[in-house]
Design a protein around this ligand. Structure first.
Ligand SMILES: [Zn+2]
Ligand SMILES: [Zn+2]
Length: 228
């Protein structure tokens, strides 16, 4: 099993995060993770800068994946959800309707994971700060199961959707602070040597979400500013 935290924000491109990218790498190495994916809001790290980070991580056997977290909107419904996107070369911003995003990402050979679909909304009229039951409407590649804002009810809802849609569940810490890194994980059955392997293995459902037992019993999650 290879352990990855595939939902992380840094202060490099997410203003809401206080994690310095070098600290992120250091902490991931300390936790003995095999890999991490950086998923800034609507922004993919420029390749050149990302390569610099990779060079810091590689001597420690830590694989880095360059992704992004994209929020979707429609005129009728407003915010439709957030999605972790992998395999695209460009930053997508946050203005697409979900269906358009799905078509674009799949058209370019990428994958979409519904981020925290049943995270409860603290503001506005929407029930969830995530796709909620809209996960049933779109052609997604995985659902984020383990996330700091998923309570028991949310976990049950994601599990039901995973079963009905035959989709795998991932885990990600959505860390915005160093101590949050690695609390939730995505376990890969096979070796992941780069983005291609990462995407193929998720598509093939040879992954599963997990809670990091090292974090059990603690409550390292104050309400995060994410989503405000
Ligand atoms: Zn999010
Ligand atoms: Zn996030």
């Amino acid at each position: 099993m290879k352990t990855f935290d595939i939902h992380l924000h840094t202060d490099g491109y997410s203003r809401c995060s206080v994690i310095n990218p070098e600290e992120l790498i250091q902490r991931a190495v300390e936790l003995h993770l095999d890999g991490i994916a950086i998923t800034e809001h609507g922004i993919r790290w420029p390749d050149e800068k990302f390569e610099t980070l990779k060079r810091l991580a590689e001597p420690h056997g830590l694989m880095l994946i360059n992704g992004q977290e994209v929020q979707t909107y429609s005129f009728q419904k407003g915010m439709e959800g957030e999605f972790l996107i992998f395999g695209l070369k460009k930053s997508l911003g946050s203005h697409f309707p979900t269906q358009e995003l799905v078509e674009r990402v799949h058209g370019e050979g990428g994958i979409l994971i519904a981020a925290h679909p049943y995270k409860r909304s603290r503001f506005g009229t929407e029930r969830y700060y995530g796709a909620g039951d809209r996960v049933y409407e779109f052609d997604l590649d995985a659902l984020e199961l383990y996330h700091p804002d998923h309570d028991e009810e949310a976990l049950a809802k994601v599990r039901r959707a995973m079963e009905k849609l035959s989709l795998p569940g991932t885990g990600g810490s959505d860390a915005h602070q160093v101590h949050e890194i690695g609390a939730y994980l995505t376990l890969f059955e096979n070796e992941v040597r780069g983005e291609e392997d990462f995407i193929r293995e998720i598509r093939a459902r040879r992954i599963q979400g997990a809670e990091n037992p090292k974090f059990k019993g603690e409550s390292p999650f104050p309400l995060s500013p994410q989503g405000l």
